[in-house]
Ligand binder design. Structure first.
Ligand SMILES: Cc1cc2nc3c(=O)[nH]c(=O)nc-3n(C[C@H](O)[C@H](O)[C@H](O)COP(=O)(O)OP(=O)(O)OC[C@H]3O[C@@H](n4cnc5c(N)ncnc54)[C@H](O)[C@@H]3O)c2cc1C
Length: 284
């Protein structure tokens, strides 16, 4: 499918367009995208991995620091295997900080992922590249799709694709004034938020359905627009009259620090007194 010229034109900035062709384009360089891309490339597919951040790893990267020890952390006989295991072993060979917490949450992990991606044959890596649009099977550039509604009690966006296929994703390279048109035969959406699937017009839902919808006795009695994860990591979603998951704050103090900063002590005291940062009552 030829991509129509208007699909490439950017109305705001005269960006340089570069088109590249692949068998598989993997969107999002978290652990799901990293593993999918390495696996596809090892199978001989000409693969592209597109990541919007300067580092790979997504939630597991040193930017977010949710380490990938998963099941193995709590079970003596459990272990992540496959590509994750390979990379964990490689990381241990390079990183001499002790494992517990900070050992896996520093940038050696990011660099290990980066080196594996860069040295895997058949794999092209684009970091700092944000997917901003898709080009569908009609050659049309799609940057926006209709919003979701909460008609069922949870967020639901019906399918709205004008074409059943995708031709390319469009990635904007930060600070380079370059727009990459990544043409592929297959696309794997690992953006964590289903961004490509959303732009492609796929149906999606977010939240919990009520137990009646699928006859699941352990599901919540009533539908809810977003997942609830306890009062400390919910945010208010006023358009739905509900709360959505979000907000996290990681703090790390080096061994040389003389103690926590004053503002942290104040926050901790407030918490001990039963107030969170917004002054509401706190359960702990
Ligand atoms: C606070 C927290 C604690 C967690 N604790 C655990 C736990 O203990 N155990 C567990 O198993 N799981 C845990 N999880 C969940 C786990 O982090 C996720 O399941 C896992 O990271 C998902 O990996 P992923 O690759 O699918 O997504 P992500 O890690 O979110 O990666 C998605 C990647 O896509 C990139 N991206 C997004 N949009 C674009 C775009 N437009 N263009 C290009 N790139 C894009 C993002 O930058 C990101 O790097 C936790 C998550 C959080 C937030």
């Amino acid at each position: 499918m030829a991509i129509r010229a208007p699909a490439l034109a950017n109305p705001y900035f005269p960006l340089k367009n570069i088109t590249q062709n692949f068998d598989i384009v993997v969107c999002g360089g978290g652990l799901a995208g990293f593993c999918a891309a390495v696996a596809a490339a090892r199978q001989g597919a000409k693969t592209c991995l597109v990541q919007d951040r300067p580092v790979l790893g997504g939630n597991s990267s040193s930017e977010v620091r949710v380490t990938p020890h998963g099941a193995a952390a709590f079970h003596a006989y459990a272990r992540e295997t496959g590509i994750i295991s390979e990379v964990l072993i490689e990381e241990r060979a390079r990183n001499h900080e002790t494992i517990f917490e900070n050992g896996w949450t520093n940038s050696v992990w990011d660099l290990t992922l980066y080196d594996v991606a860069r040295t895997t044959p058949n794999l092209t890596l684009h970091v700092n590249t944000t997917i901003v649009a898709v080009i569908d099977g009609n050659g049309d550039r799609i940057t926006e799709t209709p919003p979701a509604g909460a008609g069922f009690g949870y967020l639901h966006r019906p399918a709205c694709a004008r074409s059943r296929t995708l031709t390319a994703v469009v990635g904007r390279v930060a600070n380079a004034e370059v727009e990459l048109v990544l043409v592929g035969k297959y696309f794997i959406d690992c953006t964590g938020d289903g961004l490509v699937a959303d732009l492609a017009g796929c149906e999606w839902r977010m939240g919990s359905e009520g137990s009646e919808e699928f006859g699941e006795p352990h599901a919540p009695a009533h539908p809810f627009p977003c997942a609830r994860h306890g009062p400390t990591d919910t945010v208010f979603a006023p358009e739905l009259g509900g709360a959505a998951r979000g907000r996290g704050l990681f703090l790390r103090a080096g061994a040389k620090a003389k103690g926590p900063p004053r503002w942290l002590l104040v926050a901790r005291n407030r918490r001990a007194m039963g107030h969170d940062s917004r002054g509401r009552g706190h359960p702990t």
